[in-house]
Write a protein that binds this ligand. Structure first.
Ligand SMILES: [Zn+2]
Ligand SMILES: [Zn+2]
Ligand SMILES: [Zn+2]
Ligand SMILES: [Zn+2]
Length: 145
């Protein structure tokens, strides 16, 4: 089973369970290095997931299948729409989330005009708190041409 995800150039293979290969070198206590992290939510990947092993790109099954809006209007920043980016727009390689002030390496919503960032969790969580769902300008599954 393969999945073509908009965020990655290669097809992603489905894996039922993450297998942690033992490290060949003897650097002890560095097992965390071998763990896989989801590129969307940045949680550890242990259950069913999609991955590109060459790039060490992982997504939880649920994250990969979650229909993220490519563009949202957010009450925190009503002037411009946010565009979903699969990786940070800057060479620094990190999104600084405006809301939680966490640096994120994965997906984020970005306003290029204001250089305003929200990570996916904050964008969606805050929207659900506001009880005001985003205006789905574009829904992923219907907007790939
Ligand atoms: Zn995830
Ligand atoms: Zn790849
Ligand atoms: Zn955040
Ligand atoms: Zn803006």
């Amino acid at each position: 089973m393969e999945l073509k995800h908009f965020s990655h150039e290669h097809p992603l293979m489905f894996i039922q369970k993450q297998i942690h290969a033992p490290t060949a070198d003897s650097s002890s206590g560095e097992e965390e290095e071998e763990a896989a992290y989801c590129c969307l939510c940045e949680d550890r990947v242990e259950g069913p997931s999609y991955c590109c092993t060459d790039c060490r790109f992982y997504l939880h099954k649920t994250c990969a299948e979650f229909e993220l809006a490519l563009e949202i209007n957010h009450p925190f920043h009503p002037k411009h729409p946010f565009i979903l980016l699969p990786k940070p727009p800057h060479r620094v390689g990190i999104f600084l989330c405006w809301f939680c002030h966490m640096g994120r390496r994965g997906f984020g919503y970005h306003c290029a005009l204001c250089n305003f960032n929200l990570d996916v969790n904050c964008a969606l969580f805050q929207l659900s708190m506001v009880g005001n769902f985003p205006t789905l300008v574009n829904v992923l599954s219907t907007s790939i041409h």
